[in-house]
Design a protein around this ligand. Sequence first.
Ligand SMILES: *Cc1c(COP(=O)(O)O)cnc(C)c1O
Ligand SMILES: [Zn+2]
Length: 421
Amino acid sequence: MSFISHLECPQCGKVFSWKEVHHLCACSSPLLTRYDLEKAKRFMTKESLAGREASMWRYRELLPVGQGEDVVTLGEGMTPLLRAPVLGRRLGVPNLYIKDEGTNPTGTFKARGAAVGISRAKNLGVKSVAMPTAGNAGGAWSCYAARAGIKAFVAMPKDAPENAMKECILAGAELFLVDGLISDAGKFIARGVKEFGWYDASTLKEPYRIEGKKTMGFELAEQFNWKLPDVILYPCGGGVGLIGIWKAFQELEALGWISGHRPRLVAVQAEGCAPIVKAFQEGKLESEYWTGARTLAGGIRVPKALGDFLVLRAIKETAGCAVAVSDEEILAARGLVSRLEGLVICPEGAATVAALRKMRETGLVSESDRVVLLNTGTGLKYPELVEVDIPIYQPDDFPMGSDGEKPKRGPKADPRSGSGT
Ligand SMILES: *Cc1c(COP(=O)(O)O)cnc(C)c1O
Ligand SMILES: [Zn+2]
């Protein structure tokens, strides 16, 4: 069962029923889901979690799917919290952990939001969902929609990763490629919402995607045995994961399951698209639209986030910060993590590694801090960001030199043959 009680506007405090379809508040703020945590406290203990299924649905009481309602799941969540000792020593942060969201269904943490969002949509009787996406959310929502028997309309920038496009097509979604950014794709979807009544599943325009993403916070708390780390670095696009983790810690505190200091939450962005970083540096409560957004980390190429004020609030309240890194630093960090830890991470996740390096250098993170990096997806979803530039040998032309270490260089692969990719 679920202890969900209502939806609430974090700006004006207005309250809504969770049993009807709701999108934004009249004041244009996203809505947050609230639970009867006093009641939950009497019925739930953290010990009761032991032995439950290894998915995010182990926190079912604190998720918005009511009694007797269906859960649409592909087994998302309860992703590994990996120690990264070699990388940690290299960066001067020996107590370093990576939460690897790349093991989720559809290859990214977008699966968490889609699982809850689609479950709610199904239980509300929704027949079609629509959203703009940088790629990964579209892939995830298409797959979960397919599993729920719901039609998905997805719009993404024409230069989004091809893998994500193919995922949507395979899952039977209606895919639109838009000549522009995610915000332009958003205009496209808004028109379908207005003209055809599509259920708007855009980031934070329905209240439940964030409920899925908050389970990262629950898992971190449980995996750290309810003693939270000092710093959490998150690659921030729309900011849903960061707001979700913040919300999760608030709920756990209300349950009395955690106490003491809260982790400093760090929003990591790319230098070519850093609206939250700019707003943070200028002490603003909201960000401005970032013109000419550019970064190869597509998941964080969001020029203006609907929930920016919540991200900034979360950072401020936890004494965190916002940091920007360059695409060169992102690629270098990705290489480092693959070689040192055997983890092929996504460019967004790599941005947190680059940011940690900067924060350590400037003293914002100290050697004794316990630090968590969120790798939000698998690097295997971005094959176009890896160059394969190695020679092709004839089968009987064994290339190893006498030292047995490195092959002699033969002729380079002919890029036109296609065998190099
Ligand atoms: C969407 C996405 C992000 C950013 O998530 P937000 O919730 O929009 O902040 C980060 N990394 C990856 C891989 C993504 O797909
Ligand atoms: Zn409001």
